[in-house]
Ligand binder design. Structure first.
Ligand code: PNS
Length: 166
């Protein structure tokens, strides 16, 4: 059966992205092989302390994907399923790195499906070399003077060093 372009599902990759690291970038690249339109949804949560403001995170991720027409980057707040609805998206992309991610991800997927039965979560696994990577570890290593080259995009590495090593 052929599916017309207008019926191709739109996918959202939600997260805090504080900061985006190469594991995220790998998931974005895998997701765009499957879905023709991917919206990276950056959570704007006033109750969560972040290194970068929502607008800074938006600017960083937008500039990385400025030349990729398949990737759109937006901020969202409130329920993810409401954002999906606004974007006319039905797919939630999440990265699954290891068994330790499973419980949290499983709970979120089922809660999102309960809130919106149309929401389908698709889990993608990053390259092995990024399977231990998290934004929290990246922030910690940079704060303590370690080198995160090869783990985050270069422009983000310099912004992180500037921000965390003052
Ligand atoms: O990368 P993160 O920080 O683990 O992403 C978590 C995120 C943004 C996907 C999650 O916190 C979220 O969807 N927040 C929006 C609020 C919401 O919808 N909560 C109910 C989901 S179960």
């Amino acid at each position: 059966m052929r599916v017309s372009v207008s019926h191709q599902p739109v996918a959202v990759f939600p997260g805090s992205f504080d900061p985006l690291h190469l594991g995220h970038a790998d998931i974005i690249s895998r997701a765009t092989q499957i879905f023709p339109r991917l919206i990276v949804g950056i959570l704007e949560n006033p109750n969560k302390q972040t290194v970068f403001t929502p607008d800074e995170r938006l600017g960083m991720v937008r500039s990385l994907y400025a030349n990729d027409p398949a990737v759109e980057v937006r901020l969202f707040s409130g329920l993810l399923v409401n954002f999906l609805q606004q974007m006319r998206a039905t797919i939630i992309i999440r990265g699954m790195r290891a068994v330790s991610d499973f419980e949290y991800e499983f709970q979120m997927a089922l809660m999102n499906r309960r809130l919106s039965p149309a929401a389908e979560t698709v889990f993608l696994t990053p390259k092995e070399e990024y399977s231990y990577l998290s934004s929290r570890l990246v922030r910690e290593v940079v704060t303590l003077g370690g080198d995160v080259s090869g783990l985050v995009p270069e422009p983000i590495r310099s912004l992180l060093e500037e921000r965390l090593r003052r």
